[in-house]
Design a protein around this ligand. Sequence first.
Ligand SMILES: C[C@@]1(CC(=O)O)C2=NC(=C\c3[nH]c(c(CCC(=O)O)c3CC(=O)O)Cc3[nH]c(c(CC(=O)O)c3CCC(=O)O)/C=C3\N/C(=C\2)[C@@H](CCC(=O)O)[C@]3(C)CC(=O)O)/[C@H]1CCC(=O)O
Ligand SMILES: NC(=O)c1ccc[n+]([C@@H]2O[C@H](COP(=O)([O-])OP(=O)(O)OC[C@H]3O[C@@H](n4cnc5c(N)ncnc54)[C@H](O)[C@@H]3O)[C@@H](O)[C@H]2O)c1
Length: 217
Amino acid sequence: MAVYLPIMLDCRGRRCLVVGGGAVAVRKIRSLLEAQALVTVVSPALAPGLEELAAAGAVDWRRRAFAPGDTAGAWLVFAATGDREVNAAAVREAKAAGIPVSAADDPEAGDFISPAVVRRGRLTVAVSTSGAGPGAAAGIAAALEDFLGEGYEPYLDWLHRMRSEIKRREPRPEIRRKLLRKLASPEEFEAFQGRDWMAEEWSPERIEAWMTENREE
Ligand SMILES: C[C@@]1(CC(=O)O)C2=NC(=C\c3[nH]c(c(CCC(=O)O)c3CC(=O)O)Cc3[nH]c(c(CC(=O)O)c3CCC(=O)O)/C=C3\N/C(=C\2)[C@@H](CCC(=O)O)[C@]3(C)CC(=O)O)/[C@H]1CCC(=O)O
Ligand SMILES: NC(=O)c1ccc[n+]([C@@H]2O[C@H](COP(=O)([O-])OP(=O)(O)OC[C@H]3O[C@@H](n4cnc5c(N)ncnc54)[C@H](O)[C@@H]3O)[C@@H](O)[C@H]2O)c1
């Protein structure tokens, strides 16, 4: 059994190839676009949602069957046609070129798989069953979505702002670590829930006051 390494890929501006244009390709392409990748799809036909994306220029559609050489220049490849042979050919070609590839119909043949994802602004929760039950992964993600509520999105925006300022303003590593830990603590998340967070209201003076108060604690 593969033990997958979870990592977070920055796909912005990266050319990603999806082979096939069916229901599975729709899911992969939506995730890629959300991650601001540049998407090329090779498929003789596209599922309804995808046709609109191609017409709007959001994806580059090559309206034909997969052909040798199609993976050239791709940073990531998803083999997602309904034809096992075609998926296997795309996997072989990508692997020969050292391009990470995922096979929708044969997870072990590829280099990576896609988890079910919950997003709350800067928070991303990814759930994988290592391929044992993708429907179960989606169910667990849905349960986590309910559990997480809406509070984390504004909290993480605040955290990002405060963290950047602390890193910029506090040169002493020990104090900096203390402040960053405090910032990420459950108590601070609790305290944040009672606040009305507006970026512009957190003036340099207010940030300095938070730092002074928590330096001394
Ligand atoms: C999470 C999600 C993300 C995404 O696709 O982006 C995802 N599948 C989703 C849904 C889903 N997929 C399937 C069903 C029907 C119910 C069921 O089978 O359970 C449902 C549920 C539905 O449609 O509601 C059928 C299916 N899936 C795979 C195979 C082939 C095989 O198992 O060999 C077959 C059988 C084909 C057949 O033979 O019939 C393979 C994979 N699917 C994966 C991911 C990877 C493992 C993830 C993990 O567990 O770690 C992996 C290994 C490769 C990959 O695709 O990366 C997305 C949920 C998104 C969401 O809604 O949140
Ligand atoms: N990973 C998953 O989550 C998951 C879920 C369900 C099914 N599957 C597997 O993935 C495969 C695809 O599922 P689907 O529901 O998207 O199928 P689908 O039949 O809806 O779509 C298949 C797509 O592949 C395209 N295609 C066919 N031959 C091609 C070729 N030679 N070159 C390029 N494109 C070609 C078709 O035009 C179509 O757009 C299934 O066969 C199944 O084994 C995976």
